[in-house]
Design a protein around this ligand. Structure first.
Ligand code: GDP
Ligand code: MG
Length: 181
């Protein structure tokens, strides 16, 4: 029946986190299914749409990306106002991006003005498995999990390079968003 193809609901999902943590690559992996190294940060698309099946119904996910504004801290809190959910990302091989997560959560909550489902994604987990350069300085799974618990976020480690947990992360967020009235 046609309801399988026509979106039952549409959710606005914002990808957030420091520059170069892998947000654009994550969206590329979701929408094309392969790894795209060295993307230009000048790609100015607002969002891509991914439709998925959730509980037998088709839902559309708008995946909002930034064209590098996060680099200049010019992402205003109002950017999050109409978000249904946020994928908040850090790079497991870069502790500074992990240290900034609390600021990002603050901005999301202030900007949205309500509780928004957040998936905290420890990204580029392939680098930790390979042994981070310099070795031993990667953010551990348990540190990521602990922070997510403190912030009321869902935790997942991902890698758009290998595809590890990329679709799963999106599905976890979709399930959470579908439970919000
Ligand atoms: P953004 O600024 O957050 O959008 O980050 P990008 O998607 O532009 O990625 C920044 C850099 O990290 C690029 O060189 C990507 O190829 C690389 N990258 C992204 N995801 C992964 C990953 O899962 N593993 C590895 N090793 N590199 C990645
Ligand atoms: Mg980007």
């Amino acid at each position: 029946d046609s309801s399988t193809f026509y979106p039952h609901r549409t959710f606005k999902v914002i990808l957030a986190g420091d520059a170069a943590v892998g947000k654009t690559t994550f969206i590329e992996r979701i929408c094309h299914g392969h790894f795209t190294p060295n993307l230009s940060s000048t790609i100015g698309v607002d969002f891509r749409v991914k439709t998925i099946e959730l509980d037998g119904k088709c839902v559309a996910l708008q995946l909002w990306d930034t064209a590098g504004q996060e680099r200049f801290r010019s992402l205003t809190k109002s950017y999050f106002r109409r978000a249904d959910g946020v994928i908040l990302m850090y790079d497991v091989s870069n502790e500074r991006t992990f240290a900034n997560i609390r600021n990002w959560i603050h901005n999301v909550e202030e900007g949205a003005g309500r509780k928004v489902p957040i998936v905290l994604s420890g990204n580029k987990v392939d680098l930790r498995e390979d042994g981070c350069p310099p070795q031993g300085l990667c953010v551990s799974h348990s540190d990521g999990e602990k922070l997510a618990m403190q912030c009321g976020a869902i935790f997942v480690e991902t890698s758009p390079k290998t595809g590890h947990n990329v679709f799963e992360a999106l599905l976890m967020l979709a399930k959470e968003m579908s439970q919000v009235e």
